[in-house]
Design a protein around this ligand. Structure first.
Ligand SMILES: [Fe+2]
Ligand SMILES: [Fe+2]
Length: 308
């Protein structure tokens, strides 16, 4: 694992300007792990090219903006002796963190159902469809586990909101192959690959048995989802030829230089939060640099000019 030196800038000026126009660090600076990648063209001018990783596969609207449903608090009262030992502020922060994770996982279920449908329309192999549907079921399990953890800290049950599948205009197969390949690279290989890396680190640090169980499942499944995206990407490249290859190489140039794993409030007991899985696993960016290099290697070998 190596950290990219701060003085070396792998992106050219043109690529940096392009990134400034394309990337908005949603939620950056606020507590929690919300936010994430967005490719919306109508963003305000950002002050940084850093973005916050999102849990699971991002669900995007037609304009590329991220989409999710706000969860609701239920009526069931919950008590947990382990959670009750924590200070009220720590419980509130943990409840908010796991609730947020649950919402992102819940959106990922729809994202994978949508992916399976689009792969079917593009006449993809049955195996990719089957793995996409399996990923959707796994994301549903992640969402349930995260909402259960949230309810444990908040003292009352949390349930997912209503989420509709994004409406998509008909596209030619050639255009859809390009879009599927770009999304597989950015949202799957990179984002879910980093999510798997982060969950593994959080698992190593966690001390609470229920949190450890949840993180173990998430780390295993997110790595599987990143591997699925590698195969979707390779299939799109094989099917789509030169136009897909050109689009993927351009997308590789636009990948974020840095992705933030998590933003933890500074005024709380950080050790207690880390025991329960709320922990910035990649403060130096070394982990992200490792995942980014592996992602770039999928499309362009060692990509020495981009990942150096
Ligand atoms: Fe995932
Ligand atoms: Fe997930």
């Amino acid at each position: 694992m190596t950290q990219r030196p701060a003085s070396r800038t792998p992106l050219g000026r043109r690529a940096r300007l392009a990134l400034s126009a394309l990337v908005l660090p949603l939620g950056f600076g606020a507590a929690g792990c919300s936010g994430g990648l967005t490719d919306s063209p109508d963003t305000t001018t950002p002050t940084t090219v850093e973005v916050v990783m999102i849990e699971g596969r991002p669900l995007r609207r037609r304009n590329g903006r991220l989409h999710r449903a706000r969860s609701r608090r239920g009526h069931s009262r919950l008590t947990d002796r382990q959670a009750l030992r924590l200070a009220p502020a720590a419980r509130e922060a943990l409840g908010s963190h796991w609730r947020n994770q649950g919402e992102l996982e819940h959106a990922s279920v729809v994202a994978f159902h949508d992916l399976a449908r689009r792969l079917a329309l593009a006449d993809a192999p049955d195996e990719l469809l089957r793995r996409s549907l399996r990923a959707a079921a796994q994301e549903a399990d992640h969402a349930l586990r995260c909402f259960e953890l949230a309810g444990r800290y908040l003292g009352e049950s949390v349930r997912p909101g209503r989420l509709r599948r994004p409406v998509r205009l008909p596209r030619s197969r050639a255009t859809e192959l390009v879009r599927l390949a770009e999304e597989a690279l950015r949202d799957g290989v990179l984002n879910e690959g980093f999510a798997a890396w982060v969950a593994t680190q959080q698992l190593d640090r966690a001390r609470d048995a229920r949190v450890e169980e949840t993180l173990a499942v998430i780390a295993r499944d997110e790595a599987e989802h990143a591997a699925l995206s590698v195969d979707v990407l390779l299939w799109c490249l094989a099917e789509g030829g030169a136009p897909v290859r050109a689009a993927v190489l351009a997308a590789a140039e636009s990948l974020p230089e840095r992705m933030i794993a998590c933003v933890v409030p500074g005024d709380l007991d950080r050790a207690a939060l880390a025991d329960h899985g709320f922990f910035d696993a990649d403060p130096t960016g070394a982990g992200y640099a490792e995942v980014l290099a592996a992602t770039l290697a999928v499309v362009c070998g060692d990509c020495s000019d981009r990942a150096a």
